[in-house]
Write a protein that binds this ligand. Structure first.
Ligand code: GUN
Length: 288
C-alpha cells in the first residue's frame, strides 16, 4: 500500500480562507487582536513568531509583537501579560515557549486570562478540555483533529497510539482523540516495548522530537500516521519523527514534513483568536 498524503498546507489554506471570510464579516463590530510575546532570541522561536504575525495579517487579524530581552525579569513579564489581560482590543495572548530559566513558565501561563489563552495552555482550559467543556484547545493537537476530519477519517472505536507525552502535544492529542471516542494509548521514553504498542495503532501520532525515529516496523499495515516532528537531519534537511519514505509504503494516510502538521498549528491559533473575539462580542452583546 502507498499512503495517501494528508496535506496540512491544503487543509490550512481551506480553514484560513474560512477564517478570513468570518473576520471580514465581523470587521465593523470587532477586529480580533493577538498579542505575541517573544523573550530572547532563540532562532526557532523567532521564526515561529514571524510566521504567526504573517498569517494573522493575511487573515485580517490585528497582531502585535513584543520582543523582550533575555534579561527581562519575571515580574516585568507578568506585568506585561496583565496589561494585555486588561486591553480590550487584544483577544489572544501568546507567550512563546520556551522561556529563560529564571522565569517560571507555570507562573506566566497561569497569569494569562483563560479567556485570552489562545494557546490553550492554562490549567483552566486544560481542565475544560478534559471534561469536554468549551475550551481553547491547544493548537497542534486541534490541528491534527482538523486534518483527520478533512479526510473523513473516523476515529470512533479506533486505537490511537500517541508516542510522546508533552503538555503541549502528546497529552492533549490523546485527550482530544479520546473526546472523539478513540481508544487511546500513551507511549514515551520509558515504554517497555514500544514496537509492540505502536504496531497495534490504527492511528499513530509521533510527537517525540527525534529525527525519523518511527520506522516501518513500528507501523501496522493500513495505519494512519501523523508526524508532529520538526527535526533537522545531519545534512540540514527538515524531517519529521517518522521515516517517511519507508512508512508511506505501509500506512493508509501519512502527513509529510514540512507541509503537514506545521501549517495547522498557526491556523488553529488564528481560529482560536477569532473565537475569542467572538466570545468577547457575545459578552458585550455585539453582533455582525
Ligand atoms: N513553543 C513551541 N510551540 C509553541 C506553541 O504552540 N505556543 C507557544 N506559546 N510556544 C510554543
Amino acid at each position: 500500500m502507498t499512503a495517501e498524503l494528508i496535506s496540512g498546507k491544503e487543509v490550512a489554506a481551506n480553514l484560513r480562507d474560512q477564517i478570513k471570510k468570518e473576520v471580514e464579516e465581523w470587521k465593523d463590530v470587532i477586529v480580533p487582536g493577538l498579542a505575541v510575546i517573544l523573550v530572547g532570541d532563540n532562532p526557532a522561536s523567532r521564526s515561529y513568531v514571524k510566521g504567526k504575525e504573517k498569517a494573522s495579517a493575511e487573515a485580517g487579524i490585528y497582531s502585535e509583537l513584543k520582543e523582550l530581552p533575555d534579561s527581562i525579569s519575571e515580574a516585568d513579564l507578568l506585568e506585561m501579560v496583565e496589561a494585555y489581560n486588561d486591553n480590550p482590543s487584544i483577544h489572544g495572548i501568546l507567550v512563546q515557549l520556551p522561556l529563560p530559566d529564571h522565569i517560571s513558565e507555570k507562573k506566566v501561563i497561569e497569569s494569562i486570562s483563560p479567556e485570552k489563552d489562545v494557546d490553550g495552555f492554562h490549567p483552566i482550559n486544560i481542565g475544560r478540555m478534559m471534561t469536554g467543556q468549551d475550551a481553547f484547545l491547544p493548537c497542534t493537537p486541534f490541528g491534527i483533529i482538523q486534518m483527520l476530519k478533512y479526510k473523513n477519517i473516523d476515529v470512533e472505536g479506533k486505537h490511537a497510539v500517541i508516542v510522546g507525552r508533552s503538555n503541549i502535544v502528546g497529552k492533549p492529542a490523546g485527550q482530544l482523540l479520546l473526546n472523539e471516542n478513540a481508544t487511546v494509548t500513551y507511549c514515551h521514553s520509558r515504554t517497555a516495548d514500544l514496537q509492540q504498542m505502536t504496531t497495534q495503532a490504527d492511528i499513530l501520532i509521533a510527537a517525540i522530537g527525534r529525527a525519523e525515529f518511527i520506522k516501518a516496523e513500528h507501523v501496522k499495515e493500513g495505519a494512519v500516521v501523523i508526524d508532529v516532528g520538526m527535526n533537522r537531519k545531519e545534512n540540514g534537511k527538515l524531517c519529521g519523527d517518522v521515516d517517511f519514505e519507508a512508512v508511506k509504503e505501509k500506512a493508509s494516510y501519512i502527513t509529510p514534513v514540512p507541509g503537514g502538521v506545521g501549517p495547522m498549528t498557526i491556523t488553529m491559533l488564528l481560529y482560536n483568536t477569532l473565537q475569542s473575539a467572538k466570545n468577547h462580542a457575545e459578552r458585550e452583546q455585539l453582533k455582525p
